[in-house]
Design a protein around this ligand. Sequence first.
Ligand SMILES: Cc1cc2nc3c(=O)[nH]c(=O)nc-3n(C[C@H](O)[C@H](O)[C@H](O)COP(=O)(O)O)c2cc1C
Length: 225
Amino acid sequence: MVESSGDAGNMRIVQDQTLKTFRARALQNGHVSPMFYRPKDGHGLPHSPFNAIVAPRPIGWISTRGPLGDNLAPYSFFNAVAYDPPQVIFAGDLKDTIRNVQDSGVFAVNVVTETLWQTMNATSASLPRGTDEFMHAGVEKAECDTINCPRVAASPATLECRLQQIVTLEGNADFLVIGTVTGVHIRDEYLTAGIFDLAKVRPMGRLGYKDYVVVETLMTLNRPD
Ligand SMILES: Cc1cc2nc3c(=O)[nH]c(=O)nc-3n(C[C@H](O)[C@H](O)[C@H](O)COP(=O)(O)O)c2cc1C
């Protein structure tokens, strides 16, 4: 635990001492990791391992409507964060998606499957502002029901979302978008006996580097009561 101190300098000294103690103890116990880095000092590896450590991540394929037209782009800094009401988050810098969400106050999250994988990737291209990635990547559009926003017709499920809040993240280049789900589309063929059939959906997840994973093996586990 790091002790809290009102003084930033003292705080750093306490943190340094705490880390040294942790590492010395770990060494004694033979548990030390040969690799340790502080992000602010760089990792010294060919590529940052951060995204590979936080993996797999679901991909939110975010569709929006802005003053210059419709937009579609994948975001893997994405997740569900609450049930009641259902809420989701995604994060990125100030590109078309977040600009459109700021303007319109809504967005939709489309599920990416193995069959939509390459198409999803095509929608991540850096294109001039106002380019409709649905058109660019040949994605069939459908309209959302509860919000004025396009969605991916072929996606097994789409979450229609109302913007709750945009939080400026540390570093000032990135923003966290928080949305409340106002409508849920599920294509009939992906419902098996009332269950959203992930073995049929085969959703893609993002790993580190250029790697992805497809969900194909489901394992069931009961929680202890
Ligand atoms: C699988 C995947 C995940 C991505 N995740 C993010 C992300 O979480 N945040 C981000 O800023 N960009 C992310 N990108 C890059 C954006 O999709 C890309 O910059 C895109 O051009 C943004 O489009 P926009 O300007 O229409 O919003 C991701 C790209 C891919 C292929």
